[in-house]
Structure formats: C-alpha cells, structure tokens
Write a protein that binds this ligand. Structure first.
Ligand SMILES: Cc1cc2nc3c(=O)[nH]c(=O)nc-3n(C[C@H](O)[C@H](O)[C@H](O)COP(=O)(O)OP(=O)(O)OC[C@H]3O[C@@H](n4cnc5c(N)ncnc54)[C@H](O)[C@@H]3O)c2cc1C
Length: 431
C-alpha cells in the first residue's frame, strides 16, 4: 500500500470511480476527503442534518485530536494490523494534514489540540476540505446491496431512495457511544448483513457505577488517586492500575483514571465476573514515607477527636466518610482507640475498596470497545467478506485510551479506507 509520506494524494480528475461513504463523523470525513483527492467521485450519506456532530463535543469542546506519543500500546486491537495502519498514516501525517489547512496546534502533556482550543476549528477545516465531495444530509442508510449484473453497490436510505452504481462503499457509522450524535449501533447491523462478525460491544472511556452507598457522602469530591482494578475470585487478580484525578459521584467513580480502566472493567462485568476497584488516596506516599506519616500522626493524636486525627490528610468529606464506615463517630476521642484501630483507619486512606456494579451506559461513553471483527478486514481496511466494502473509525474493533487516540484512529483509518476505496473504484472504472 502507498505510504502517506507527503500524504500520498494523487491529483486525478474527479468522476472516475464512484464511492459512497456512510457516516460523516471524523473517520467518514477523512475518508471522503482522501477518496476525492485520490480521484474518486465521492458521495457522503449522513443521517444527521449536519456533518461532524460528535467532533464538536470532543475534548470538552476543545478537541484533543491526537497525541505526541502514538505507541500502539495505547490501543486495544490487533497489534500487527494497527502498526501497519499507523505506518501508513501516522500522527505526523495528521499534523501535516491540519497544519497544511492552516491550523496551529497546541500541546498539553502530549495531548494535541487546535491552537484555538475550539473543536469547531477542526470541523470547519474538514468541511472546507470536503469541497469536492457531494453530501446527502438527513440520509440514513438502511441497506447496502449489489447490482447482480454490474456487481456495483446500491445504497438504500430510510426515505426509500435508492442510489446505485457505487464501485466502493466505506462504512464509517461509528459505534454505539454518544448515540445522540448519530452513532447508535446501526452501522453494526449493516456490517452484519454484509457477512461480518461483530465482537461484543461495551461502553469504554466511561464512569463506573458502584454498589457502595457510602459514595453518596463524598459525591463531588475530586482528588489525586491510584486506582487498581481487580477481578474478584478465589484469588483476587489485579487487572489494571491507573493514576490521576478521581471524581466521586453519587453513583460511583469517574475521572480520567477511571475512564482508562473502564473498558477492562466493562468486559469483566459483561462476562459476569465480579470486579472491584481499590482506591489509594495517598498515591505519592508509599513504604517508609507512609510509615513515618502514620507514626507522626499516632504520636500527635493526644486529645484529638477522630475528625482531628485525620484533619489535613485529605478532603473533609472523605475523612468523615471513612470514620463513619469504620463504625466510629467524628467526635470520638482518638485516645480511646488502640494503635491497631487507628492504624487501620489511616490505612483505609490507601485501601478504599469499592464494588463495581456496571459501566455507565453508552449515552455517557466516549467510545465503543468491540465492533466489526478486525481479523475480517485487510491491512487496507477492505472487507474480506465483501470486496469493495471498506471500514473506518469506531465501527471497527479498535479503541484507544483517553488522550486523542480515538480521533487519531479515525484519521488514520479514514485515510486508509478512502485511499484504497478510490484505488479500487478508479481501477475498476478504467478496465
Ligand atoms: C463526549 C465525547 C468526547 C470525546 N473526546 C475525544 C477526544 O478529545 N479525543 C479523542 O481522540 N476522542 C474523543 N472522543 C471519541 C471520538 O470522538 C470518536 O472515537 C470518533 O469521533 C469516532 O469517529 P467515527 O467517525 O468513527 O464515528 P462518529 O463520530 O460517531 O461518526 C459516525 C457518523 O455516522 C453517522 N451514521 C451512523 N449510522 C448511519 C447511517 N446508517 N446512515 C448515515 N449516517 C450514519 C452518524 O450520524 C455520525 O455522524 C470523544 C467522544 C465523545 C462522545
């Protein structure tokens, strides 16, 4: 496959081969732009009344569109195939694409944003670059079939309209995350009908719901924490550990570290396993530092109440919740407890266990884990079940960590699908 080097776009006269792109999200728009620049006659079908709705919501409206560190360790999916994809269209190619269109870029701890910190900048650029692409809005695709004589694709929309004569089709309908933006899982139905297996889907980059009622008392508190996800069985198994700003909610836990392990937690619970998270509220304090802190505190306990004994360790709401959970009262005098009891109270700061109930729903998720089986597509993202059909974006069984990785996958897979669809469509027409 041709590398993107200087983006590898081949200037050709439009109108050679016809390509349909289904879905105008990040991946579909990139696929359409690439296919049109490669000489294809491209039509995008989008069920919403406008393109790129989800892009505007990304990065809290600032759009974290990529990351400086694009190691494939930040992704879930077939490693070899992912490596081949990122070798074809890398983070640098993404930067080049947006910078060539005039966008200045800002970096924050490796995460890349438009200088304007407005997601609308990214969307405006994509829309401008789609100048050679036909767009059908409010056009929900309900069926893809083939003309038996010509082998070309026919696209049927919800309104009953049929459009025929497509040499290639790119499915870029997204997954199930944030269905209000248009991605409601309908793409999986289309892929299934074309013969594809769908790897079970779960919400990812999402909050976790917990069984523990005590969380209500600390709802709204944010603090630095280390969170360890365990599968609970005969012997607890550590699955993943993350550090960062944790947010307590009245139903569970949220924040970046929770998002980062939510995928693994969601699959554990999908498989009917028990899962728990152990929260260390003093992540920077380990070993001898922690022991010394405990000794100091025990020495200074004197006539303090338990509330006074914990004062200064962390958020007041957390202190009060831990005292209550231990079965004590904030006004109890510390001296009335043995050293072991006080040490156990302090230890709950490093060892707060919450029992997971479920991942929050797709409505709240940033991405979808699972999707069209990656082993059923080529490195060029063409279907092995239905030649001429290509996939891009979240619809595939690929998902990344928080930090710009999912949009980067949309750009990379969109470019590859667009490039190869155009190659096939144009070759077919030339015969
Ligand atoms: C709140 C939020 C914040 C996020 N922030 C970031 C971030 O900062 N950085 C990052 O990397 N990732 C982020 N993500 C994830 C990222 O936005 C997605 O992974 C990415 O946009 C997926 O692109 P896509 O093109 O595959 O799918 P989508 O963007 O979901 O686009 C699919 C499109 O297809 C259309 N469609 C679906 N079915 C049909 C049909 N049958 N016919 C016609 N059209 C159809 C939909 O209407 C939609 O427009 C965020 C996600 C959310 C929800």
């Amino acid at each position: 496959m041709e590398g993107a080097g200087s983006l590898g776009f081949v200037e050709r006269k439009a109108g050679v081969g016809k390509i349909a792109v289904i879905g105008a999200g990040a991946s579909g728009m990139m696929a359409a732009i690439t296919a049109a620049r490669s000489g294809g006659d491209v039509t995008v079908f989008e069920k919403n009344e406008r393109v790129g709705k989800k892009i505007l919501a990304t990065g809290n409206g600032k759009c974290n569109f990529s990351n400086k560190d694009l190691s494939i360790n930040h992704y879930y999916g077939n490693r070899d195939k992912l490596k081949a994809c990122f070798d074809t269209f890398s983070g640098e190619d993404t930067l080049h694409f947006f910078q060539q269109a005039g966008m200045l870029v800002k970096e924050k701890r490796g995460c890349l944003y438009p200088w304007s910190e407005q997601a609308s900048t990214v969307l405006d650029i994509l829309r401008k670059e789609m100048k050679d692409v036909k767009t059908e809005l409010s056009a929900e695709v309900k069926g893809i079939s083939r003309d038996k004589k010509t082998g070309r694709f026919i696209i049927s929309t919800l309104s009953g309209k049929e459009k025929e004569g497509y040499d290639a089709v790119i499915l870029a309908c997204g997954g199930c995350a944030a269905p209000k933006t248009g991605s409601d899982g309908g793409g999986f139905v289309l892929a299934k009908r074309m013969g594809h297996h769908i790897v079970p889907t779960v919400p990812a980059l999402v909050q976790l719901r917990c069984k523990d009622g005590f969380l209500k008392a600390v709802a709204g508190v944010r603090c630095e924490a280390r969170i360890s996800l365990y599968e609970i069985g005969k012997e607890d198994r550590l699955v993943q550990e993350e550090e960062g700003e944790l947010q307590f909610t009245d139903y569970g836990i949220s924040g970046i570290p929770v998002f980062q392990l939510s995928r693994q937690a969601a699959y554990l619970m999908y498989e009917g396993r028990n899962a728990a998270a152990v929260i260390d509220l003093l992540p920077q304090m380990d070993g001898s530092t922690y022991d010394a802190m405990c000794m100091d505190r025990l020495r200074m306990a004197e006539d303090k109440t338990l509330e006074g004994f914990l004062l200064g360790l962390g958020n007041k709401k957390i202190n009060l919740m831990l005292i209550k959970e231990a079965g004590y009262k904030p006004g109890d005098v510390a001296k009335g407890f043995g050293e072991r009891q006080l040490k156990t109270l302090l230890l709950s700061y490093k060892n707060l266990r919450v029992h997971l109930l479920s991942a929050n729903s797709f409505e709240h998720a940033q991405t979808t884990a699972g999707g069209v089986d990656f082993s059923e597509v080529t490195e060029g993202l063409e279907s092995l079940k239905a030649p001429g059909l290509y996939f891009a974006g979240e619809i595939l069984d690929v998902d990344g960590r928080c930090g710009g990785y999912n949009l980067q996958w949309a750009w990379t897979s969109g470019y590859i699908a667009g490039k190869n669809a155009a190659k096939r469509a144009c070759m077919k027409r030339e015969v």
